[in-house]
Design a protein around this ligand. Structure first.
Ligand SMILES: Nc1ncnc2c1ncn2[C@@H]1O[C@H](COP(=O)(O)OP(=O)(O)OP(=O)(O)O)[C@@H](O)[C@H]1O
Length: 676
């Protein structure tokens, strides 16, 4: 082997939390009695911490165009924000299997096999390997974001098994694909996240200061007021979007930052810029890990260490230096692999080398060579030593590791934040309002002009006309429910990411969504009820007429959300909801009377909100003014609804609205939308 024994990511070369350092830190923190107050409440000067110090424009780091100096050393910390430091992560004998998705039942695929390594504070580690080698799988496991499969082996953070609440709350994870709110500006997006993730007791000024620092550090000041947008309505650029995502991950000063392909889809300049910014965070002690596919030579040089995976097995782990290249060259020597190619930089050559090796089926041989090497034994010994530090963690770190709830703020605070940042924007969005009000306005006006002035004619030949208009009045909100589906289905990736990040509880999210919809429905229903009630000259109480309409819209919202939460995609939701609404129409009592419904279908009419809506409207219209209709029977008797209470029927509709909402909540809580 052409390489000196690698020393692994050097314990001595980093300012890592060695056992001795930790003991010192524990002593000093214990003396301070408890979790560092600055970390929780802001610094002595009342300003919050951010993960790394700000990158000051006046230092020449960020140009007026928002570009960043490529020299990490130039990314000085101002000292305004004390860093919280990083955390050792150790992985020992990690094997991960999933049910095979190739069709055969009972078969499993092993995506990671006996992976061992460690990641230290103040260092940036690259997870490398050809496409499909298991990089994202490993990162997802470290971040606690795997939703399928079985893992064996140990993953420890500062010697402790991390809980999901800890991972959600105190580690930052930047996903490969950006998931941002297109309606917000960059600054609003960061502020929105700060309000949901930073402690509620922290003042708004402190949060604003933290966002300000991040905007500067990530060179986002030039686009702070630009809307994020989406592919159809272009907003910020790809690089700015990536940096905004990194900002979101950094908003709580995480000790660990994980990034999945942070440079994918970026040009080389922007890729260098993004990785330079991330590298600067290690200056404050943050432990950084990134999966990286084909880094530029410059980007590659910024990584302190690397773990190379091939078919889910480690083939190299250690510092990113010439020894690493020598080790890999040694593997390829003697005609057993691609030779070192002049002209390629190290990063390109490594990517080429291992991709070729993967295709040539040399993964197992290289993994065994690594397992038999003394460096692998050294790595294991170091992992064991770091794993022992579990009982030595300083109180502030211990408090983070023991946190019980993933979400930092109470539900009502989360709801207020969602309303402030989302509902207020939606209410100003013509597309959002149009989809919800347009159909009701159109059909309401059509209904009013078609049945104009017939509501006060209690004659035999007019009964069915009036019963029909009341029936249609209940179906408009039910069919209009289709407008509420996309907001839940199309936003699923964002919801999943924000839940993983511990931004809010499911109930908070749902209440926020309901506030959006119910607010608009309240306004629209009052206007349309007045127009239709007086236009058609209906009788009975206007309040009941409106209340039935409003409660049916709310049941429709709940129904749409329940269907949306159960549907895997828009196609299924679009097909399911109208089918369901059509079945409700059949059983509402107007198209076929209750007493004529076959015995085997009767049950369905009882679990049908439209039955209660229409019954309440009929009672409101005809009660007390219901002359004989057929064979000396009144109209209400003919339909089998005489003697019922209209208020009770309105109440039943509300029960359905709450029931649908509950189903949606339950599904959102238990269903795994991301199978990863
Ligand atoms: N259910 C499954 N059954 C069989 N193989 C699976 C299953 N799920 C994932 N895989 C395989 O797991 C491997 C690891 O995937 P992973 O996304 O971690 O790779 P990666 O190294 O991050 O790739 P890339 O660089 O392309 O993102 C892939 O080869 C993939 O095909």
């Amino acid at each position: 082997m052409a390489r000196e024994p690698p020393t692994g990511p050097q314990p001595g070369s980093s300012v890592a939390l060695t056992i001795e350092n930790l003991e010192r830190q524990v002593r000093s923190e214990s003396a301070e009695a408890g979790p560092a107050p600055a970390a929780a409440n802001g610094g002595a000067n009342g300003v919050a911490h951010v993960a790394a110090g700000p990158l000051r424009a006046e230092d020449g780091d960020a140009g007026s165009d928002g570009s960043v100096s490529m020299d990490p050393a130039a990314m000085k910390r101002s000292g305004t924000f004390a860093p919280v430091g990083g955390m050792n992560i150790t992985v020992k004998g990690l094997t991960f299997t999933v049910p095979c998705n190739s069709g055969r039942r009972g078969r499993t695929a092993t995506l990671l096999s006996d992976v061992t390594g460690y990641f230290e504070p103040r260092r940036m580690a690259a997870l490398m390997g050809p496409s499909g080698s298991g990089k994202t799988t490993l990162l997802d496991l470290l971040a606690g974001r795997k939703t399928t499969g079985k893992a064996k082996g140990d993953i420890l953070f500062a010697g402790n098994r991390p809980t999901r609440p800890f991972l959600r709350r105190y580690t930052g994870y930047v996903e490969q694909f950006d998931t941002l709110l297109p309606i917000l500006t960059v600054e609003e997006m960061l502020m929105y996240t700060a309000e949901l993730k930073r402690p509620r007791r922290e003042s708004r000024a402190t949060k604003r200061a933290a966002v300000e620092e991040l905007l500067e550090k990530l060179a986002l000041t030039s686009c702070r007021a630009v809307k994020i947008g989406n592919p159809l309505e272009k907003g910020i650029s790809g690089g700015q979007s990536k940096r905004t995502n990194i900002g979101i991950a950094l908003i709580t000063n995480p000790r660990v930052l994980m990034l999945d392909e942070p440079t994918s889809g970026l040009d080389s300049f922007t890729a260098n810029e993004v990785v330079t910014l991330v590298k600067a965070l290690t200056g404050d002690g943050v432990t950084v890990l990134a999966t990286i596919h084909s880094p530029t030579a410059y980007t590659f040089s910024l990584f302190d260490s690397m773990m190379i995976l091939l078919r889910g097995r480690v083939v190299y782990f250690g510092p990113n230096d010439s020894d690493a290249i020598d080790y890999v060259r040694g593997l390829g020597g003697g005609g057993t692999g691609p030779q070192y190619k002049a002209g390629l930089n190290d990063a390109e050559w490594l990517a080429d080398f291992f991709t070729q090796a993967d295709r040539d089926g040399r993964a197992a041989a290289y993994a065994e060579a690594w397992a038999a090497s003394p460096h692998c034994a050294e790595t294991s010994a170091r992992v064991d030593a770091l794993a022992m530090e579990g009982h030595l963690v300083p109180p502030s770190m211990g408090a983070e590791l023991a946190v019980r709830h993933a979400t930092n703020t109470p539900w009502w605070w989360g709801l207020a934040t969602l309303v402030k940042y989302r509902t207020s924007r939606n209410f100003r969005d013509p597309a959002f309002l149009g989809a919800r009000l347009g159909d009701k306005l159109f059909t309401g006006l059509l209904l009013m002009t078609l049945w104009f002035g017939i509501g006060n004619k209690f004659t035999l030949d007019n009964y069915i006309n009036v019963a029909a208009v009341l029936f249609i009045w209940t179906t408009i909100p039910a069919f209009g429910a289709a407008a509420f589906v996309p907001s839940l289905v199309l936003e699923r990736r964002l919801f999943v990411r924000e839940r993983h990040d511990g931004l809010y509880r499911v109930i908070t999210y749902l209440l926020g969504k309901m506030t959006d919809e119910v607010g608009i429905a309240l306004f629209g229903s009052v206007v349309m009820s007045v127009v239709v009630y007086f236009g058609v000259k209906l009788q009975g109480s206007l309040v009941v007429f409106w209340m039935v309409y409003f409660s049916t819209i709310c049941a429709g919202i709940g129904m749409a959300y329940a269907v949306a939460s159960l549907s895997p995609n828009m196609d299924v939701a679009n097909a399911s909801l109208p089918t369901y609404v059509a079945t409700l129409m059949f059983f509402s009592g107007f198209l076929i009377r209750y007493e004529d419904i076959p015995i085997w279908w009767k049950w369905y009419s009882y679990i049908n909100p439209l039955r209660y809506s229409w019954t309440a409207l009929m009672l409101n219209q005809f009660e007390g003014r219901d002359p004989k209709f057929l064979r000396n029977r009144s109209l209400l008797t003919y339909y089998g609804i005489e003697g019922q209470s209209k208020w009770a029927n309105v109440g039943y509709v509300w029960v359905f609205a709450v029931g649908y909402f509950f189903i949606c909540w339950l599904v959102l809580c238990v269903k795994r939308y991301d199978k990863r």
